[in-house]
Ligand binder design. Structure first.
Ligand code: BES
Ligand code: MN
Ligand code: ZN
Length: 493
């Protein structure tokens, strides 16, 4: 998608569709009021007639507005003026995007970034606007013989009333657009079926990314190389699979080489059958999404490569396929992790933590400033937080607070769960240093506790995206979360 800033006369703005906001209670934002005057109060009359009451997300398309260059006007409800926050703003932009799509509008001029939104400057609004609009045109086609109709929308002029804010707005648009590209990378990888998107495939995609962008160096470790490193825990997950496991390392070097990197680590189980602790059949297809943490790492690295910030970031993906077979790990088997800790695998379906723990030990070599892992780790997280917030756990309050704050800024919320010492004993094992499950209580937290045993050497946070990484039902598909949060955190820390 192409974004350009436009200033000056609204009357002579050439566009297929001018997007204007309307508040609830009939009030009009300044720009809408200006256009209303040009149109001899036509917009006020539409509002007075009750066709548009300004409720959040309501849209009305007006064709051939007399006396203006614009071919159409799209009115978008913004809700109550005093309630307008980032979340509602993004909802309004999303509603506009949906209507533009429905009408196959090829280009639009959007004025919404000029409204006043609580705690957001025009840069942040531009970022949300670009991200939301660009995301709306994502379409999955890879495995369809009949490709969907290409989305018409290609170009957005972002109208700016106050010219002095051009720089701020441009910076926001650039970030929003890069984040949307990153999200579409994450969505596409998530949506691909597990017979295409294997650990080997993820490795190949990472190599391709490294070849495309010179700021990125990619390394893919094979099973033999991981064995040498002592990654007995990660390797145990792929034992039952004919697909080889992979550890993928992507180093983005944009900053002073002396500055310690921030590290992101993604769970990349390309299919999770549960292994010998086999999952029930219903909706098992959705376990192709069990690599959405890995996909978010790939998407985030892509966004960074596009933006080229002066920072250092390492992205790591721990990838395996969890299958039952005569070679598979069995309940009760004990494996030795790279850290030297032994693990009793009481349930082979708690495999995410087994691949992550070795990746988390591996990244100690970077002496990282911070490490964030992202994983579709526990069904219990869906029970606790649903599909609104991702679960956040951390050994560092400052890092957790930052992530919560950034998550609200980009509309990709996380909510922190506690990691009290008292939960740790649920992981006691009679036969190994630690068990891989902690019983029925507090399943998301005990998974976090398990990881915390491998992250004592750096500030660490864990994001459980089991409920937020994909949608179910008619809209089944990957969401691209939490790419917005990860990019926001990395750019600002
Ligand atoms: N990938 C699943 C978690 C999951 C399940 C995410 C459903 C989204 C939807 C994970 O590997 C898993 O199976 N976790 C188990 C852990 C349990 C055995 C302690 C779970 O949540 O049931
Ligand atoms: Mn599992
Ligand atoms: Zn899993």
């Amino acid at each position: 998608m192409n974004f350009a800033i436009k200033t000056g006369s609204l009357k002579s703005l050439t566009t297929s569709c001018l997007v204007l906001g309307v508040y609830q209670n009939k009030a009009l934002p300044d720009i809408t009021a200006e256009v209303d005057k040009l149109l001899k109060r036509k917009l006020s009359r539409i509002v007075a007639a009750g066709d548009m009451n300004g409720a959040l997300g309501q849209t009305v398309m007006v064709h051939n507005p007399d006396g203006m260059r614009a071919k159409r006007i799209l009115l978008v409800g913004l809700g109550k003026k005093t309630d307008l926050d980032r979340k509602k703003f993004a909802r309004a932009v999303g509603a506009a995007a949906g209507t533009l799509k429905k009408h196959s509008v090829p280009d639009a001029a959007d004025t919404l970034a000029n409204v006043t939104v609580k705690d957001a400057d025009i840069g942040k609004l531009g970022q949300l606007l670009a991200c939301t609009l660009e995301n709306s045109i994502y379409q999955y086609n890879h495995t369809k013989s009949k490709k969907g109709k290409k989305p018409a929308l290609k170009k957005i002029d972002v109208y700016l009333a106050d010219k002095s804010q051009q720089g701020t707005l441009q910076a926001g648009l650039d970030i929003g657009s890069a984040v949307a590209t990153g999200m579409s990378v994450a969505r596409e990888l998530g949506n691909l079926p597990a017979n295409i998107c294997t650990p080997t495939y993820l490795g190949e995609q990472a190599i391709a990314l490294g070849e495309r962008y010179k700021d990125l160096t990619t390394k893919v470790l094979t099973e033999a190389q991981m064995k040498k490193l002592g990654m007995g825990s990660l390797l145990s997950v792929g034992n039952g699979s004919d697909e080889e496991s992979r550890l993928i390392i992507m180093e983005y070097k944009g900053g002073d080489p002396k500055v310690k990197p921030n590290v992101i680590v993604g769970k990349g189980i390309t299919f999770d059958t549960g292994g010998i602790s086999l999952k029930p059949g219903a909706a098992m297809d959705e376990m192709k999404f069990d690599m959405c943490g890995a996909a978010s790492v790939m998407g985030t690295m892509t966004a960074l490569c596009k933006l080229r910030p002066n920072i250092n970031v390492v992205g790591v993906i721990a990838s395996a396929e969890n299958m039952p077979s005569g070679h598979a790990t069995k309940p009760g088997d004990i494996v030795t992790s790279m850290s030297g800790k032994t693990i009793e695998v009481l349930n082979t379906d708690a495999e995410g933590r087994l691949v992550l723990c070795d990746a988390l030990t591996y990244v100690e070599r970077y002496k990282p400033n911070s490490v964030i892992d992202i994983a579709t780790l526990t069904g219990a997280c869906i029970v606790a937080l649903g599909s609104v917030n991702s679960g956040l756990m951390s050994n560092n309050d400052e890092l957790a607070d930052k992530l919560r704050r950034h998550s609200l800024e980009v509309n990709d919320p996380v909510w922190r769960l506690p990691l009290d010492e008292e939960y740790q004993k649920q992981l006691d094992s009679n036969f190994a240093d630690i068990a891989n499950i902690g019983g029925p209580k507090a399943g998301t937290i005990t998974a976090g506790c398990f990881l915390s045993r491998f992250t004592e050497k750096y500030p660490w946070a864990h994001i459980d995206i089991a409920g937020t990484a994909w949608l179910q039902g008619k809209e089944k598909g990957a969401t691209g979360r939490p790419v917005p949060l990860l990019v926001e955190y990395l750019l600002n820390n």
